[in-house]
Design a protein around this ligand. Structure first.
Ligand code: HEC
Ligand code: HEC
Length: 186
C-alpha cells in the first residue's frame, strides 16, 4: 500500500517532469513490423508506423493484481502491450529513481510485476535502445503530433502530460485506445 506522502511526492514529481516530457526524442522503432494497426484500426503508414498485429490485445484479459495496485497510484496502470519487454525490464529495474520519484517495491513484488509486464509486452519493435517512456515512441508521436492535437490541448491543465492517457482516452486503463472512444478535454 502507498502512503499519502508517497502519493504527494508522485503528484509533485509528475508536475515537475511535464516540461521535458513532450520534447524528448527517441528512434526506437526501427524494427517495427506488421501491416495492421495493433488497436484494430488497420492503418499503415508506409511501414514506418505499421503498428503490430500480434493477435492479442494491448491488455491481457487477466491483469496481475499486484501490478494493478502498485502501478496505478500516481498514474494509470499502463497496459503491458504499450512497451516492448526490454523497456519494461528497464523501468522495473530502476523503480527507486522512477521519473524523479521513488516507486520502489519489495523484491518479490518487483519480480511478480516484471514477469507480468514482460510476458505481455509489445512485440511491435525490436528496439536497440528500448525507450523508458511510451510517449517517446515514434508511433506515439505520430499519433499525437500537432496535426492531430493542437498545443492548446496539451496546455490544458486537465491534460497536464502526454503520459496522462486517460485525459483523452477515458478507457485507457483497460487498454482501450480506440479512436471512437477519444474525448479531448475542453
Ligand atoms: C510514486 C509515484 C509512482 C508510482 C508508484 C509509479 N509511477 Fe510510473 N511514473 C511516475 C511519474 C511521476 C511518471 C512521469 C509522468 C509524466 O511524465 O507525466 C511516471 C511515468 C511512468 C512511465 C512512462 C510514461 C510515459 O510514457 O511517459 C511508465 C512506463 C511507468 N511510469 C510505469 C510504472 C510502473 C510499471 C509502475 C509500478 C511498478 C509505476 N510506474 C509506478 C510516478 C510513479
Ligand atoms: C491530449 C489528449 C491525448 C492524450 C493525453 C493521449 N492521447 Fe492517444 N490519442 C489522442 C488522439 C486525439 C488520437 C487520435 C489521433 C488520430 O486521429 O489518429 C489518439 C490516438 C491514440 C492511439 C491510436 C488509436 C487508433 O485507433 O489509431 C493510441 C494507441 C493512443 N492514442 C495511445 C495513447 C497512450 C498510450 C497515451 C498515454 C501514454 C495517450 N494516447 C495519450 C489523444 C490523446
Amino acid at each position: 500500500m502507498l502512503s499519502d506522502a508517497r502519493k504527494f511526492v508522485g503528484t509533485f514529481a509528475a508536475v515537475a517532469i511535464l516540461a521535458g516530457g513532450m520534447m524528448s526524442v527517441a528512434h526506437a522503432e526501427e524494427g517495427e513490423r506488421g501491416e495492421r494497426g495493433w488497436w484494430g484500426s488497420g492503418e499503415s503508414h508506409g511501414g514506418k508506423y505499421g503498428g503490430e498485429n500480434r493477435g492479442k490485445p494491448v491488455q491481457p484479459p487477466q491483469v496481475n493484481a499486484t501490478f494493478k495496485q502498485e502501478c496505478s497510484s500516481c498514474h494509470i496502470a499502463y497496459s503491458p502491450g504499450l512497451l516492448p519487454a526490454e523497456s519494461w525490464r528497464k523501468v522495473m529495474s530502476g523503480l527507486d529513481k522512477h521519473f524523479g520519484t521513488d516507486a520502489s517495491l519489495t523484491e518479490q513484488e518487483t519480480k511478480e510485476i516484471t514477469d507480468f509486464l514482460v510476458s505481455n509486452a509489445s512485440n511491435r519493435w525490436s528496439a536497440a535502445a528500448a525507450p523508458l517512456r511510451i510517449t517517446e515512441g515514434a508511433w506515439f508521436k505520430h499519433k499525437h503530433d500537432g496535426r492531430e492535437i493542437s498545443p492548446t490541448v496539451w496546455n490544458n491543465p486537465k491534460v497536464k502530460s502526454p503520459a496522462n492517457c486517460a485525459a483523452c482516452h477515458p478507457q485507457a486503463e483497460s487498454g482501450d485506445f480506440n479512436e471512437h472512444n477519444i474525448r479531448i478535454p475542453r
